[in-house]
Design a protein around this ligand. Structure first.
Ligand code: ATP
Ligand code: MG
Length: 560
């Protein structure tokens, strides 16, 4: 995306440009993407990734990847690996090694001791319930903890013993001493450390106390020399605490926290907790189920990194929250694939066509372009034989007016092949159509027939020289525009029962036995389809529908 359009829809871009113009921060641009490794990344994270890495790219700066790993019970190495893979797949490069907040646990501990020494932190023994009660409400000030005035010596001793494991989970916490009457609840003596006897994926059993996010984040940013700490709007009220922490310890760097609106998409949930529930309760087949709004799900579905980056550019970055139409994301992948996807044919509901005037063992290879507008993409060979398949839906016994497909005694062109005319309809005992007996016109390859006009063009494959395919038709996972809007209903009740329809026994053109696994195909007249990452055993190829050719939801919404 050009700098011009970034200016138009990204206020952070403008702000950094202004800082550079005025020589603030010595022209240095350093950002970070700080995921908590407690789930897989989703499309909302992609927005944050594109912003943080994108600003570093735009201004010759750097962006760190830092795992914000202060909740060991919810985190895992599996998530760490998945997040690294997703960031790289999106096409971004972090500065130096991957960082972990847990790399800084020793320093964080020392900074906590510094706060205690300065009389700015104390060990508190209130229970969680008592603490909530003392905290007050938005309309009532809080009350000081009875432990607030412990001596520095006593606090130092208790904190050391917390670290040494002398107390149980929840027995004591370390709190900042700020202001229990502050209108900002985050400043009412927030917790800095709590006791958690839990093994940590990076530090093992070294620690039984873990620092809180609000304490860890500013210090980690500052230790890494971050200049712009970009985060979502829900942290706006935490900014005074971010600044308080850095103002009250001895540290040279003070990054600027800037908040932007989270991405919300309709027909989608983007909360790791809810996505985890979908996985754990088996509503989907895993974090990378192609219906999931996770980066890994989108990848498996056939989304390209370019389309996701384009989407993030399109939605821009501002401070006004709102919901983006998931149609925009679908639009981005459609546009991208229309340009780049090689074309192929696949018949979803095969109906046999026998060309009665074509030799029994005849076979020719038709040369079809890989992309009709892009000769540079080359061509593909599609076998033409006596027995073919067309889609059941492309034949009608009693066609409506202006029927563009095949019907008794009518002619149609098979895409890239010859014109055929239907002469006889074969049915079984139940009256089901089992076969069409047709004549092909050998003079019509690439030229119009003499004396008659075919109805239209339909897709087809050879019946004897094609490959069996399983086609997974994915649709939106939720059929409610705002699945988690209501407090009364559970978001899983809005799952679209038709979000996955599996078609077996489809037939794809022969070349797809060696289908590419790096980009989806356009199956002509059907949509974009991507080879599934798990092909199983068996002779068939398995394709996921990435997106339809047109937005079918727009039509439904317009109708209702
Ligand atoms: P979730 O609510 O899904 O659990 P989170 O904010 O807890 O997300 P983190 O791993 O802490 O997840 O997020 C890493 C970074 O991604 C943070 O800076 C966060 O602000 C940003 N982020 C998370 N969700 C979104 C979103 N929907 N839109 C934009 N940025 C997001
Ligand atoms: Mg979080």
């Amino acid at each position: 995306m050009s700098a011009e359009s970034k200016k138009a829809n990204n206020f952070i871009y403008n702000l950094i440009e202004e800082d550079i113009r005025t020589g603030k921060n010595g022209g240095v641009v350093a950002t970070r993407f700080p995921p908590e490794p407690n789930g897989y990344l989703h499309i909302g994270h992609a927005k944050s990734i594109c912003l943080n890495f994108g600003m570093a790219e735009a201004f010759n700066g750097t962006c760190n990847l830092r795992f914000d790993d202060t909740n060991p019970e919810k985190e895992s190495q599996e998530y760490i690996e998945a997040i690294k893979r997703d960031v790289e797949w999106l096409g971004f490069h972090w500065q130096g090694d991957v960082r972990f907040a847990s790399n800084y646990f020793d320093q964080l501990y020392d900074f906590a001791v510094e706060l205690i020494r300065k009389g700015k932190a104390y060990v508190c023994s209130l229970t969680a319930d008592q603490m909530a009660e003392y905290r007050g409400t938005l309309t009532e000030p809080g009350r000081n903890s009875p432990d607030r005035d412990r001596s520095v010596e006593e606090n130092l001793d208790l904190f050391q013993r917390m670290r040494d494991g002398e107390f149980a989970n929840g027995e004591l916490v370390l709190r900042a001493k700020i202001d229990m009457t502050s209108p900002n609840m985050n400043l009412r003596d927030p917790i800095l450390y709590r006791i958690r006897f839990a093994e940590h994926h990076q530090t093992g059993n070294k620690w039984c106390i873990y620092p809180m996010y609000d304490f860890t984040h500013p210090i980690s940013d500052a230790l890494e020399g971050i200049v712009y700490s970009l985060c979502t709007l829900e942290f706006e009220d935490h900014r005074p605490l971010y600044d308080w922490v850095l103002d009250n310890i001895t540290i040279a760097c003070h990054p600027r926290q800037i908040e932007f609106a989270r991405l919300n998409l309709n027909y989608t949930v983007t909360s790791k907790r809810k996505l985890k529930r979908l996985v754990d309760e088996g509503h989907v087949q895993g974090w990378d189920d192609p219906r999931m709004p996770t980066v890994s799900g989108l990848r498996r579905r056939g989304y390209t990194p370019e389309s996701i980056r384009k989407f993030c550019d399109m939605i821009g970055v501002n401070r006004v929250g709102g919901t983006v139409d998931v149609g925009m994301l679908e639009h981005a992948i459609r546009e991208d694939l229309n340009e780049r996807a090689p074309r192929a044919m696949c018949v979803m509901h095969p109906l046999k066509v026998v060309l009665t005037n074509y030799p029994e063992d005849g076979r020719e290879l038709l040369e079809l372009p890989a992309h009709p507008q892009k000769p540079e993409m080359g061509s593909r060979q599609v076998p033409w034989t006596r027995e073919l398949y067309i889609d059941r839906e492309d034949f009608s016994l009693e066609p409506p007016r202006k029927w563009k497909r095949l019907a008794p005694d009518q002619a149609v062109r098979l895409r890239g092949g010859y014109v055929i005319t239907c002469r006889e309809v074969v049915r079984d005992a139940q009256g089901e159509i089992t076969e069409l007996r047709c004549e092909y016109d050998s003079a019509t390859l690439g030229v119009n027939p003499e004396g008659y006009k075919p109805n239209g063009v339909i897709h087809w494959v050879s019946a004897t020289d094609s490959v069996e395919a399983e086609i997974r038709l994915y649709d939106r996972l939720f059929n409610q525009e705002n699945p988690d809007a209501s407090k009364e209903t559970d978001f899983v009740d809005s799952i679209n029962p038709e979000s996955l329809v599996v078609l077996q026994g489809c037939r794809a053109e022969a070349g797809l036995a060696q289908a590419r696994s790096d980009i989806p195909y356009q199956f002509e007249r059907e949509g974009y389809f991507f080879l599934d990452a798990d092909q199983g055993s068996g002779d068939r190829v398995i394709f996921n529908r990435t997106v339809t050719l047109r937005d079918s939801w727009a039509k439904i919404e317009a109708r209702s």
